[in-house]
Design a protein around this ligand. Structure first.
Ligand SMILES: NC(=O)c1ccc[n+]([C@@H]2O[C@H](COP(=O)([O-])OP(=O)(O)OC[C@H]3O[C@@H](n4cnc5c(N)ncnc54)[C@H](OP(=O)(O)O)[C@@H]3O)[C@@H](O)[C@H]2O)c1
Length: 337
């Protein structure tokens, strides 16, 4: 663990208040969000509670998780808020969360927002044998989503639509293509702890693979759910002033000096959350879109806008690869045609 003296820069929100004021009420919606203890997930949970949605927060057990639940209830005492324990580093924990959701919310779900994530951590394996970043950022979200499709289907039939929202990154552009070794049981054996962001550091390569996996999973769902009214979308938050970089810094994945310089150019966590909140809330949204402050590697700040999925992940090779390897990892076969 690296000694910390990094303090987050103070970055003011530029667009969020205006954006929030135009959002529709969400009274009849049940929304699941992973990773709400800080950052974009926290902003999304708080905003959805304010808009009247039933919010189900999936967090690993911690004092942060308890604090956020209390804090949102305090500011929105009438909100319908549930916290369910879910550690994305363990399939057992995800399966327990799935069982609890199926029991408690059997009437249906409107949105699953797979937001939680970690970045550029050491080359270590989860208890299940997968890369800690790939299991947290993608594989566990794959399991959660596929198991809850029947509940999404219920509401899509009843109300005309439901949604799956993944959280990717501009880092999806940092790797050339999705590679199978990162989706296989190779945790702890995927290139070591190189931390160079620009010269092929293995920590960053693994992160880039997970964020491309998020986009590829969205494209796969978009294709496989064509005959249903379940929309598949993803967002990216640009460069957003959250706890993400602090977790990486503590793990030795980024130098302090560089982090400080980089984050001075970031946008606030509220502005960064506009992409996922757009995908969750905005009416008339189309499946097959991603929302963010731009398309390319330099899209680090600004209002979230819609774009069509890109060829890089929306192609047969990548869709087949993500589906086959993710099914193998969770030990189940899914087919929604
Ligand atoms: N910030 C950026 O500039 C940026 C850029 C591109 C993409 N993103 C993406 O945005 C998403 C949200 O990140 P953020 O920036 O808001 O970072 P953050 O403030 O660090 O939030 C990450 C959330 O994920 C949760 N999480 C991490 N590991 C988990 C696990 N094993 N089980 C359950 N929850 C876990 C954290 O909970 P704990 O408190 O338990 O750790 C926290 O609630 C991520 O997918 C990230 O890749 C962020």
């Amino acid at each position: 663990m690296v000694k910390m003296s990094y303090v987050k820069p103070s970055i003011k929100s530029k667009h969020f208040e205006d954006f929030k004021n135009k959002l529709p009420k969400m009274y009849d919606k049940t929304v699941i969000i992973t990773g709400t203890t800080s950052g974009t997930g926290y902003v999304a949970a708080k905003t959805l509670a304010e808009l009247g949605a039933r919010v189900i927060m999936l967090n690993r057990p911690s004092s942060r998780s308890l604090k956020v639940h209390e804090e949102i209830l305090k500011t929105h005492p009438n909100s319908d808020l549930t916290t369910i324990n879910c550690d994305l580093q363990s399939f057992k924990s995800v399966n327990n969360a799935i069982n609890e959701i199926k029991k408690r919310f059997s009437e249906g779900i409107d949105v699953i927002c797979n937001n939680a994530g970690v970045m550029a951590l050491k080359d270590i394996s989860t208890v299940d044998g997968y890369d800690i970043q790939m299991q947290t950022n993608h594989l566990s979200h794959f399991l959660l989503t596929c198991e809850l499709i029947p509940l999404l289907k219920k509401n899509s039939i009843l109300k005309g639509e439901s949604r799956i929202v993944n959280h990717s990154s501009i880092a999806r552009h940092s790797v050339r293509k999705l590679e199978k070794i990162y989706l296989e049981k190779n945790g702890g054996n995927l290139g070591g702890n190189g931390k160079s962001l620009f010269f092929g550091g293995a920590r960053w390569k693994r992160y880039g693979q997970t964020k491309l996996a998020n986009a590829a999973f969205s494209a796969a769902l978009h294709n496989k759910l064509k005959n249903h009214r379940i929309k598949s979308l993803f967002a990216h938050p640009g460069l957003s002033n959250t706890e993400l970089q602090i977790t990486t810094l503590k793990d030795g994945g980024m130098p302090k000096f560089f982090t400080r310089k980089m984050m001075k150019r970031s946008q606030s966590e509220e502005d960064g959350a506009m992409g996922i909140i757009s995908c969750i809330c905005l009416p008339n949204i189309k499946s097959g879109q991603f929302w963010g402050p731009g398309k390319g590697l330099l899209a680090i700040k600004g209002k979230a806008k819609p774009y069509d999925f890109e060829k890089k992940y929306n192609n047969d090779r990548t869709i087949d690869l993500i589906w086959e390897k993710s099914c193998n990892a969770v030990g189940r076969k899914y087919n929604f045609n």
